[in-house]
Design a protein around this ligand. Structure first.
Ligand SMILES: [Zn+2]
Length: 475
């Protein structure tokens, strides 16, 4: 009955970034332990509201009623094992029964609260979304186990020799990873990085370690990174990263064509044109062209369907691709700019690049928001560090490929935009273990480019030039 009133109160989560670390003494009454709710709220720096007339204390989003055994967070009720007490051992306060009250606090906080009955204390931990880490040796490897305060979205990715686990939205206490690598026979380093969006662990694998596997348990609150020792007579499970290490000696056989966007993501829009349609049609033509030249061709999509950015290079790896080309049509904001900006440009994955190239990369990366609901248009500095290995392997080849492409397109129907080649953080190129290029084939809203891109003839020409460049590169 008090809920209606309480709903009007604003609540705030505690303000400290690192989380508190303290203890509170508990008291006993009639065989039940209690913690002073006012003390606890203060220590947690939670906003508190005391309605003396109604006997209600609001701590953050939770509300507690004197002599009542229900606590509430908004409309959710939590049954406590005893009523809230107004006085214990002569001290007036809001005494909350333990341990049931802590369940209510756990709903509001991202760090653990622990009730230690033998010491008559409650302990509130450090900023710990990851509150425990353990490394266990097994007969055939090791298991690193992380205990999380709640389920988080995770991403993993592998760039030899690093295995990266990203836990989105989590905070970590980096000191807990200090000595971990020393205990491991399979890891040379464990590097925790905390940034605004995520906690990231980079495990540098020794040569004798297979690509780790992430296993989620306990309602996704336990993460296990399974590290397997390589077998003596290895049946390699990681050919993608290894056999492409020396692309120079390897024949380019399988080409992966990635028509950008698709399905619910139209890409750039012209008056009567959609990027997703143009690049699909050019992609299909290119496939035909390349097959005639004897290449094996795979496509990340061959219909108007939505494929997540990160899946595209992963598909290319799975297919054992030797070259990845992502097809796009450019756009620019502003009426005047649209009249002016025309031409093709080929991009490789690299940090830096001009502001303009970054803007184009952001535009192409924007779809990640459609996939995850989160805005993520750029590759973070931490991610660039991780990408270094991969870039060192393929950047040179990718740049060479871009060079062939510029050469083939030079003097064609579509002009060169700037130098015709650039570098920026295109997410669709991240994780492709092969030379990879993103092609911006023209500007959809430029009168001349747009008209050209709308025709079969124009698309034929683009596909032909792409095929020619790829064939030259592959020779
Ligand atoms: Zn695009």
């Amino acid at each position: 009955m008090f809920k209606k009133i309480l709903l009007f109160f604003l609540f705030m989560l505690p303000a400290f970034a690192q989380g508190p670390a303290f203890e509170l003494q508990t008291e006993r009454k009639n065989g039940v332990s209690y913690v002073d709710g006012v003390d606890l709220g203060k220590k947690l720096k939670m906003q508190m509201l005391w309605q003396s007339g109604a006997g209600i204390l609001q701590i953050g989003a939770s509300s507690w009623i004197l002599d009542n055994e229900w606590a509430n967070i908004k409309d959710a009720g939590f049954l406590l094992q005893a009523p809230v007490q107004g006085s214990i051992n002569g001290k007036q306060s809001f005494w909350l029964p333990l341990p049931s009250s802590l369940k209510v606090f756990e709903q509001m906080l991202s760090f653990p609260i622990e009730y230690d009955s033998s010491a008559a204390k409650i302990r509130i931990g450090q900023a710990k979304d990851i509150w425990n880490v353990n490394l266990d040796a097994k007969s055939n490897g090791e298991v690193m186990e992380l205990k999380l305060s709640k389920p988080f979205k995770t991403e993993t990715f592998y760039a030899q020799p690093n295995f990266i686990l990203r836990i989105n939205g989590a905070a970590i206490d980096s000191t807990m990873f200090n000595d971990l690598a020393k205990k491991s026979a399979l890891l040379s380093r464990v590097v925790p990085i905390q940034d605004a969006q995520s906690a990231q662990l980079t495990l540098a694998l020794k040569d004798n370690c297979e690509i780790p596997e992430l296993v989620k348990k306990d309602g996704e609150k336990t993460l296990q990174i399974v590290l397997r020792k390589k077998q003596a007579a290895p049946k390699q499970q990681q050919p993608k990263a290894e056999n492409t290490g020396n692309t120079s000696g390897k024949k380019i056989k399988t080409i992966v064509i990635d028509p950008g966007h698709g399905g619910k993501d139209p890409g750039a829009m012209g008056p009567n044109l959609k990027e997703k349609d143009i690049v699909l049609s050019v992609g299909l033509k290119l496939k035909k062209n390349l097959e005639e030249k004897g290449f094996t061709v795979k496509m990340t999509r061959s219909t108007d369907e939505f494929v997540e950015l990160a899946k595209r290079p992963a598909m290319a790896n799975e297919w054992g691709g030797d070259l990845f080309i992502s097809l796009h049509i450019n756009d620019i904001d502003g009426k005047e700019s649209r009249q002016k900006a025309e031409g093709f440009k080929f991009y490789i994955l690299r940090a830096g690049g001009s502001e303009e190239d970054k803007v184009i990369a952001r535009r192409e990366n924007k779809v990640v928001a459609l996939e995850t609901g989160k805005r993520k248009a750029e590759i973070s500095p931490a991610e660039w560090i991780v990408l270094d290995n991969q870039l060192a392997l393929y950047a040179e080849k990718s740049a060479l490929l871009a060079g062939y492409l510029v050469e083939a397109f030079d003097g064609g129907s579509v002009k060169k935009y700037g130098t015709g080649a650039g570098q920026a953080g295109f997410m669709v190129l991240v994780g492709a273990y092969m030379p990879a290029v993103l092609a911006e084939l023209g500007f959809i809203n430029h009168p001349k480019d747009g008209a050209f891109l709308a025709t079969e003839k124009g698309r034929d020409e683009l596909a032909e030039k792409l095929a020619k460049a790829i064939a030259s590169f592959a020779r």
